[in-house]
Each structure stands twice: as structure tokens, then as C-alpha cells.
Design a protein around this ligand. Structure first.
Ligand SMILES: Nc1ncnc2c1ncn2[C@@H]1O[C@H](COP(=O)(O)OP(=O)(O)OP(=O)(O)O)[C@@H](O)[C@H]1O
Length: 243
């Protein structure tokens, strides 16, 4: 049983103009998968459609055995999906603790304090200063807070849209170390990334999206060869994508 299965998904902003065009893939429980591709390929649109934030025109998204296609984002969370958007993923005028408390509203009240404690323990940079304003955090720490908010509800699958966007190389390394720990804890990860090297070092498998279609689906190791990746970005397709 896959943790996440996407079949023949079409999605976009205008029903007459699909951005994501018939994409299929599945992610086994515990796997980390990255979605790469040139600018404008439709990566963010696809991950947002999977999270219920962009309309799906056709196809299905399953979380485990549950069909979650087109459900609203807060219902997706209840079905076991965590999503970290690229921007506006924390409340900058609230404290770290308040950010976690808001996310915890989705949990039964008896579980809230324990889960918040668990997140503060998992992310020591946050646990050291729960009363600090989120707006005062570094870019990397903000991404950690956004991930902590999504992990509070113990999702089966955590999806992230460009967690490295706008970060210095040092902060990118910090964020990816955190993602590695999350992956090692058994959470299934799906991330869209522009930072190819960081994404391939974390994920065991890579999908390449070009012009809204899957051009490649295979082990990350195969893409350490920059030539293959360059060819894919230019529009070549590999056999794995059509299987
Ligand atoms: N809110 C929107 N309304 C209409 N069109 C949009 C919207 N957001 C994105 N698009 C269009 O969808 C297409 C795919 O954009 P998307 O952001 O999904 O690509 P991407 O692969 O994530 O690109 P990048 O790597 O540059 O972030 C682009 O043509 C873009 O202009």
C-alpha cells in the first residue's frame, strides 16, 4: 500500500488550460521523493493541487486507501496530509508557541500540550525560545517552525513546496538536516525543490516534471549525472516516466 498515490492528475487555475497534465506516481510509506523541473514546469501547481489548494480537473489523489482528491486543505490535514507552503507559512506577529498552538487546534484538546512539547523537543532552535516572535527568526528557523506546525498533527505524508527558497547555503544545509531527521523518523516526504543538489542528497527518488508532464521517475542516484538531468530539463523523457 502506498502512502500517497497520484493517478492521471490534471490540475490548474483555468479548466481550459491544464498546467499539470496527466501525472501518475506513487510513494511508498517512509520514502522521500523530490519533484524537480525547470521554472514554470508546474511543480508548485501540482503539489498545491495534491494538497487541495489548486483545482483538480481530472485524476485522483489517494492518501493510503482514502480518496482525497479535491478535498479542502483542513480536511486533508485530518486525513493525514501535512503541507508546508513556500511562503506565508507562519504567523510572523505571533510567538513560536502561539504558532504551534494555532496548528494544535486541529487536535483533540487532550493531545495538544503533549504534541507541542514534542515539537519543541524535536526542534531545539524553537524549543530554546518558545516566547520569541516568529518574525524574528532566521529564514531557516522559519522553515523549521512551518515544518513543526505541519508535523504537529502527526501526518502520514509531509509535503513541502521549495523549503530552501530564498535561504543562504548555510541555512539550506540546516533545513535539509532537519528534513533528513524527519525522514529518518519514518515520515513519508514529498518535496518540490529548485535546489537540485540538496534535494537529490535527501530524497532516494526523483520525479522530473517538464511542461506539466512527468519526464522521469527513478532513483535519485541516476540524476547525480548532470547530463541526464540537463537533457530532461530540455525536454527529453526517460522510459521510467511512461511506465
Ligand atoms: N495563481 C496562478 N494563477 C494562474 N496561473 C498560475 C498561478 N500560479 C502559477 N501559474 C502558472 O502556472 C504555470 C506553472 O507554474 P508553477 O509555479 O506551478 O511552476 P513551477 O514548476 O513550480 O515553477 P518554479 O520552479 O519557477 O517555481 C506557470 O505558467 C505559471 O504562470
Amino acid at each position: 500500500m502506498s502512502a500517497l498515490a497520484v493517478s492521471d492528475l490534471s490540475a490548474g487555475y483555468d479548466p481550459d488550460l491544464a498546467i499539470v497534465k496527466g501525472v501518475s506516481f506513487s510513494v511508498p510509506k517512509g520514502e522521500a521523493v523530490c519533484i524537480l523541473g525547470p521554472n514554470g514546469a508546474g511543480k508548485s501547481t501540482m503539489i498545491k493541487a495534491m494538497a487541495g489548494l489548486v483545482p483538480c480537473f481530472g485524476g485522483k489523489v489517494h492518501l493510503g486507501e482514502t480518496d482525497v482528491t479535491g478535498l479542502s486543505p483542513h480536511i486533508m490535514v485530518r486525513r493525514g496530509l501535512g503541507f508546508v507552503p513556500q511562503t506565508d507559512n507562519i504567523f510572523t506577529r505571533l510567538t513560536i508557541l502561539e504558532n504551534l498552538q494555532i496548528a494544535a487546534q486541529l487536535l483533540p484538546s487532550a493531545d495538544r500540550a503533549g504534541r507541542i512539547e514534542a515539537m519543541l523537543a524535536m526542534f531545539p532552535d524553537l524549543g530554546d525560545r518558545p516566547g520569541e516572535l516568529a518574525g524574528a527568526l532566521s529564514g531557516g528557523q522559519r522553515q523549521m517552525l512551518a515544518a513543526a506546525r505541519a508535523l504537529l498533527t502527526e501526518p502520514d505524508v509531509l509535503m513541502l513546496d521549495e523549503p530552501s527558497a530564498g535561504l543562504s547555503p548555510k541555512l539550506v544545509a540546516q533545513v535539509f538536516d532537519t528534513l533528513r531527521r524527519i525522514s529518518e523518523a519514518g515520515v513519508t516526504l514529498v518535496l518540490v525543490e529548485q535546489n537540485v543538489r540538496a534535494a537529490l542528497s535527501l530524497a532516494s527518488r526523483a520525479l522530473v516534471l517538464v511542461d506539466g508532464q512527468l519526464a522521469h521517475d527513478g532513483p535519485s542516484a541516476a540524476l547525480h549525472d548532470g547530463k541526464l538531468l540537463g537533457g530532461l530539463f530540455l525536454g527529453h523523457r526517460t522510459a521510467e516516466a511512461s511506465q
